[in-house]
Ligand binder design. Structure first.
Ligand code: MLT
Length: 271
């Protein structure tokens, strides 16, 4: 497949961008989006890496054009979905697994359960720690807001936290893309993922035993996962490179794609 299609995984279907498979001997790149977004947050990376790598970018369960399931969708469930997707797409090589924020939480679960499938890790604007009790309680409140009032109040509350103040005023294309994705998200998908994030395990013990090259990227103005926290996480890996992205907040791959693509390109060139 060269493009975007819904791939059936039995009970659900995931909408997935899959491009560049037939020519490349390099490891495929699997891009996992954040909350409450979809695979198009990676557009600048799809454009740059599809000519040289097989690039696979799904909408996670509950997001974009993928199936929505009610209740709780755990990070483990999302990781299982990704494994089923790689099987359905007949991906035999191990992948460069790249996740942003919630996508990073899913990446840790994937590493925990499917380590042989991971060739390298790219962790953008995320954290290995579990939620504090306060953070988990806030997620349950946000889930209730989504279910009672829809996606809009959640989207409006999140936007100023997702990007740097200068991006909010100076990068209208980023604001427009984020609003489009967030407002289109099914509130049931939002609520289920929020509950899943609230219940996620602490992945910090995984870092020291990780055997794959890792790139840790953070926007210098990230208000959700701070530079200091991500620097500390990078130091916990035996083999991680840490890159701070200027002029960007939590959505570094969208806010400063040139710098993120340069960091990714350098990393990919060495593995
Ligand atoms: C995300 O960008 O995926 C969210 O900020 C994750 C979170 O709320 O922890």
């Amino acid at each position: 497949m060269n493009g975007t299609a819904r791939v059936s995984l039995g009970e659900i279907a995931l909408n997935v961008y899959d491009h560049g498979g037939e020519t490349s001997s390099r490891p495929p790149i699997l891009l996992v989006h954040g909350f409450p977004l979809d695979h198009t947050m990676w557009q600048a990376q799809l454009d740059v890496y599809s000519p040289t790598h097989r690039v696979i970018a799904p909408d996670l369960r509950g997001f974009g054009n993928s199936t929505v399931t009610d209740g709780v969708v755990s990070m483990r469930q999302m990781a299982d979905d990704l494994n089923a997707l790689l099987e359905a797409l007949e991906v035999k090589q191990s992948v460069v697994l790249c996740g942003l924020s919630m996508g990073g939480y899913v990446a840790f679960e994937f590493l925990r359960h499917y380590a042989p499938r991971v060739r390298a890790l790219i962790l953008c604007d995320t954290r290995s720690a579990a939620d504090t009790p306060e953070a988990a309680a806030n997620r349950h409140k946000t889930a209730a807001v989504a279910l009672s009032h829809g996606a809009l109040p959640v989207a409006e509350g999140m936007l100023p936290k997702l990007i740097a103040p200068a991006s909010l005023t100076g990068k209208p294309h980023v604001v427009e893309a984020l609003n489009r994705m967030m407002r289109a998200t099914d509130p049931r998908g939002m609520a289920a993922a929020l509950r899943g994030m609230a219940a996620r395990a602490d992945s910090t013990p995984l870092l020291a035993s990780s055997r794959v090259p890792t790139l840790v990227i953070v926007g210098e103005h990230d208000a959700i996962t701070s530079v200091a926290e991500m620097q500390q996480m990078a130091a916990g890996f035996p083999d991680a490179r840490f890159v701070k992205i200027p002029d960007a907040g939590h959505m570094a791959p969208m806010e400063n794609p040139t710098a993120v693509n340069a960091a990714m390109g350098e990393f990919l060139g060495k593995i």
